[in-house]
Ligand binder design. Structure first.
Ligand code: APR
Ligand code: ZN
Ligand code: ZN
Length: 361
């Protein structure tokens, strides 16, 4: 028995998204059907629509979601119907070398639901990042569901499923920001903003926010930045050095994904500092650096994929901190919208007007 629900799909490259009816199968072995309660609008959804990820149209968009488990398939023990869960991009295998070494973030045998959701005519849908949650209900692998405290609002919980986790994790997990550190964050959208917030949570003493948009710098202050630099008018590398007694920052988080900002991040760190690259470049981008500068610096240059998060450890912990009033995740929710307003939300995102629009179902 399958069921039909309302959902947002991208039917063809570049075409506006549309609200339509999709078919969600009953969960098979290891799968779960989740009643989606909230799903944030992320850049990656727009990338899918524009064909920037792959050509497997039609896509079922949405991947930053929280909801309640409706039903589970055979052999599922992780979650049960009624559980309030945050969805993540993929279930890890538990068997591969990385999993067995306790580093499931690097699992190379991740999986999503095996069955396919479809359009009414049977056309198979490609769910964005293996989720597809701009839908009243969605089918995922049970291992993509992480239980969190249901006292949290779905809008806030869903944020942990992508951008906010990527930024928080870039600072805390990948960058290892610690008490007293100086941190610079280049690019303060949703991801960079979360890196600012994570740095404050970790006890950083100086948090320097860099952006070319003053509105983003204002928000960054609210999220915990102690200093702001508009890099349209001020050289950010010089400014970061000045603000760190000439040393450079202990941790620099790059959350833009462009050659010039990668370069700024590289030169803005302390000689023993860490650069964390979380901004995603496009395939044609390259960066030229004098090898002596690469050789002549210690520290570390790291990229951060999904904030190096462990959903089972990080999602419940961050929700608990939020519920205790120690992590203002509400600050990321600029607006809540209905399912049929996703296209307009893309437009506002494109103009930098929002940190996050969140669809409430
Ligand atoms: N220097 C500094 N900041 C910049 C620059 C620049 N040259 N160009 C753009 N920005 C700022 C924008 O003003 C904006 O505030 O970077 C921010 C990017 O934020 P968003 O567009 O909201 O993107 P976000 O969702 O935060 O993602 C940032 O991280 O995970 C990746 O794929 C994601 O590459 C993207 C990046
Ligand atoms: Zn995303
Ligand atoms: Zn594995």
């Amino acid at each position: 028995m399958s069921q039909q629900v309302k959902a947002v799909i991208a039917r063809a490259k570049g075409a506006p998204v549309e609200v339509t009816t999709i078919v969600v199968p009953d969960p098979g072995p290891g799968e779960a059907v989740v009643k989606v309660q909230a799903c944030g609008v992320c850049h990656t959804d727009l990338h899918y629509r524009e064909g920037g990820i792959n050509d497997e149209f039609p896509f079922l968009l949405g991947h930053e979601a929280a909801g309640v488990v409706e039903s589970v398939g055979e052999g599922v023990t992780e979650v049960a119907p009624g559980d309030f869960v945050v969805l993540n991009w993929r279930a890890v295998c538990g068997q591969c070398r990385s999993c067995r070494r306790g580093r499931p973030q690097y699992c190379f045998a991740t999986h999503n639901a095996k069955q396919k959701m479809t359009l009414l005519d049977g056309t198979e849908l490609s769910p964005a990042l293996g989720i597809g949650a701009f839908a009243e209900k969605t089918l995922v692998a049970a291992g993509q569901c992480t239980k969190v405290d249901p006292a949290a609002s779905p809008a806030v919980a869903g944020l942990l499923g992508c951008g906010v986790m990527a930024g928080l994790g870039a600072a805390i997990n990948t960058g290892g920001v610690g008490r007293g550190d100086s941190v610079a964050v280049i690019g303060c959208g949703g991801v960079g903003g979360a890196a600012v917030m994570g740095s404050r949570l970790a006890g950083a003493a100086r948090i320097i926010a860099v952006d070319i948009d003053d509105r983003k710098l204002e928000t960054a202050r609210r999220l915990g930045a102690t200093h702001t630099v508009n890099s349209r008018t001020t050289d950010p590398v010089e400014a970061i050095r000045e603000l760190t007694d000439g040393n450079g920052a202990d941790v620099v988080v790059e959350a833009v994904g462009r050659p010039e900002t990668y370069k700024q991040a590289f030169y803005a760190r302390d000689l023993a500092g860490t650069v964390v690259l979380v901004g995603v470049p496009t395939p044609e981008m390259t960066l030229e650096l004098p090898l002596l500068d690469v050789f002549g610096r210690g520290g570390a240059l790291k990229s951060s994929w999904y904030g190096d998060c462990l959903p089972s450890r990080d999602f419940p912990m961050l929700i608990d901190l939020h519920l205790q009033g120690r992590l203002d995740l509400d600050a990321f929710v600029t607006e809540t919208i209905e399912l049929d307003a996703v296209e307009q939300a893309f437009e506002r995102m494109h103009h930098g007007d929002v940190l996050r629009s969140v669809v409430i179902l």
